[in-house]
Write a new protein. Structure first.
Length: 238
């Protein structure tokens, strides 16, 4: 059986602690936070469970921290707008970016297949951020979890608001086109390249057969959103 202490040292999780500014009293809590279920399929005798239950708890803790912050920071904003801000902060795409700030992927335990798939890896690291927040809450306190969120997640809110990243561009474009031109946007993959584990897609958006704009992304969905954002700019939609 792998000893928790040895596993902790082999992963150099002390470096992760330094990156987030917190030292765990119970190292197994942190070890569980970085253990994906796919790893357990390849490694028997692992001393902790996978991090799915911690993701569940971390999701709730994160949402409460963000909600509380938005409630006090924007007293004049309606509930619907605050919900949009919160969704942009806690969505998987943003949490994957947060994971990059502390190089969380370097410390995650997952199967080789998941590690080599860029889309799966992004999804797993996003969930691991939630598990890490739960670990901070369990090993430390709500304040420790909040300190992490305030340091690595909430600072992005300014950019999210300035660039209107809280908007679902595809939904907004569709609503605009149906109201103004009685037409529905259609999306088409124009090009894809790169290895299977790191694909890139170029998607164009068409209205009534005419190409309006295009966008590039690491998945078809991201490329479609980027194409829709560009189309909104072309149509001067605020």
């Amino acid at each position: 059986m792998i000893q928790a202490g040895n596993m902790y040292e082999d992963l150099q999780l002390a470096e992760l602690e330094a990156a987030i500014g917190y030292t765990f009293q119970n190292k197994q809590v942190l070890l569980e936070a970085v253990t994906h279920r796919s790893f357990l399929n390849e490694k028997s005798g692992h001393p902790v469970d996978n991090n799915e239950r911690m993701e569940f708890l971390g999701d709730a803790v994160l949402e409460l921290i963000v909600t509380e912050h938005l409630f006090h920071q924007y007293p004049d904003q309606p509930e619907g707008q605050l919900t949009n801000y919160r969704s942009a902060l806690v969505k998987g795409e943003h949490l994957a970016e947060v994971a990059e700030k502390v190089d969380l992927v370097s410390y995650l335990l997952m199967s080789r297949g998941e590690a080599n798939d860029s889309n799966s890896r992004a999804y797993i690291t996003a969930n691991a951020v939630e598990a890490l927040i739960a670990a901070l809450y369990l090993d430390g306190s709500f304040t420790d979890a909040r300190n992490f969120v305030e340091k690595f997640i909430l600072p992005d809110l300014t950019q999210i608001i300035e660039q209107k990243l809280f908007i679902d561009a595809k939904s907004m474009l569709q609503e605009h086109m149906q109201e103004r031109e009685d037409a529905t946007p259609e999306y088409q993959v124009m090009k894809e390249w790169g290895p299977d584990h790191d694909k890139r897609f170029k998607v164009a958006v068409f209205v009534s057969g005419n190409e309006i704009a295009s966008g590039v992304g690491g998945s078809k969905q991201k490329a479609e959103q980027e194409a829709a954002r560009q189309a909104l700019r072309v149509k001067n939609v605020e």
